[in-house]
Design a protein around this ligand. Sequence first.
Ligand code: AMP
Ligand code: MG
Length: 318
Amino acid sequence: MNNISTDILKAKALLENDNLVAIPTETVYGLAGNAFSETAIRKIFETKNRPFFNPLIVHIHSKELLNEITDNLPQKAYQLADAFWPGSLTLVVKKKDNIPSLVTAGKDTVAVRVPNHPLTLSLLRLLDFPLVAPSANPFGSISPTAAEHVARYFNDSLSLILDGGHCESGIESTIIGFEEDEAVIYRLGAISIEDIEAVIGKVSIKNSKESAPEAPGMLLKHYAPNTKTIMVDDIEQYIQESDSKKIGTLTFYKKTVSHKVLHQEVLSEQKNYKEAAANLYQAMHRLDNMGLDIIVTERFPEENLGKSINDRLNRATK
Ligand code: AMP
Ligand code: MG
């Protein structure tokens, strides 16, 4: 596919003309546009078919640029930026007037992070504006963790997909906001709560639409394959009792023993959460492209990134 390349000068020219470019990050691929251009921002929502109530994350290349976006940072935000940037942590902070309200869905806060991918950091350094970049998939479907995934979704509508290989963390960033200067997790993600608490102490979690109107994008159904997908506690028992002919499974570290299973995805034979998270969406993309009747996933242990993986699987199976 000739629109996949590493040509950041071409990316720069496209972005400066209000066009969109798919960019690699360590979490998932993003559909990027100039954060200060209403034309570009509208194109993002239209291309993804994303509702306007779902705000976008602003990507900058260094924490020194935070003062162009916000002028009122809680102490804990500095500590988190120091500890995790560049990296998979998004901070929700008071926005300055220069951030278009289309970016923030009309809110007076803005989400921002420094992504940890060399190609995208080089691109951001070439630009004199930040990028807004939601995941490069149609609204509600599985996030892309490779350039080919983006091409499958948007080959006809995108003139450039920057190829940065497979995404290292493989699930979306952890999102943290501040309520009366206390940190609140709005979305579980690639950085575990345990790692965050090691830096700033106890944090609370509000990661559903009901409990966190603050994070308007946290919809119950999201990240979903086209194939029917369910999550069960006892995968072997479910398969034994199932009438489905073409079953695919997604498990943490153990293979399923049943001969009835047509395709298996084991996310980390070493039982390593980081590896499992990095493999999650790739496995879901593969399973979804096999013409299966059903995808059966197991529930992960509720610790470390197992919590973030369960969050995604819960939304994928709604
Ligand atoms: P995505 O870019 O698809 O990973 O989604 C970004 C998510 O960030 C949204 O769905 C919101 O849940 C969250 N978000 C973005 N901006 C804000 C904000 N100003 N306040 C709270 N949550 C936000
Ligand atoms: Mg998304």
